[in-house]
Design a protein. Structure first.
Length: 115
């Protein structure tokens, strides 16, 4: 019984920590600005300032910003991809390099809102 209580407590603490991390990500100003429908590069810069680094995408027609988020004392990457019109077309918890390698920066149009 004692092992069961210890194991259950460990699982619950892990779940709480993961939930807390997700809430922190959603509250991050850059993530929030990027995920709004119709978000533009200027919105992202206004929310988070200048990125740590940038890179070209879409054969030089787009760009990607690298940011670092502080999530409960840990640094986590955040990328935001833009098309040639400076519209946000992708964002997530990777670096621009990882997002490009995984194919997340191939979009030229902003994501459609899902209901």
């Amino acid at each position: 019984m004692k092992k069961f209580v210890i194991l259950t407590s460990a699982v619950l603490l892990t779940a709480c920590a993961e939930f807390s991390d997700r809430v922190s990500v959603l509250q991050n100003p850059v993530f929030a600005a990027s995920s709004r429908g119709g978000a533009m590069k200027s919105d992202v810069i206004a929310a988070g300032g200048q990125p740590r680094s940038t890179m070209s995408t879409l054969n030089g027609q787009g760009s990607c910003f690298n940011y670092l988020m502080n999530i409960n004392g840990n640094s986590k990457p955040l990328y935001v991809g833009f098309n040639r019109k400076d519209q946000v077309v992708a964002w997530g918890n990777l670096t621009c390099e990882e997002a490009k390698q995984d194919g997340y920066l191939n979009a030229t149009e902003p994501p459609k809102q899902k209901y």
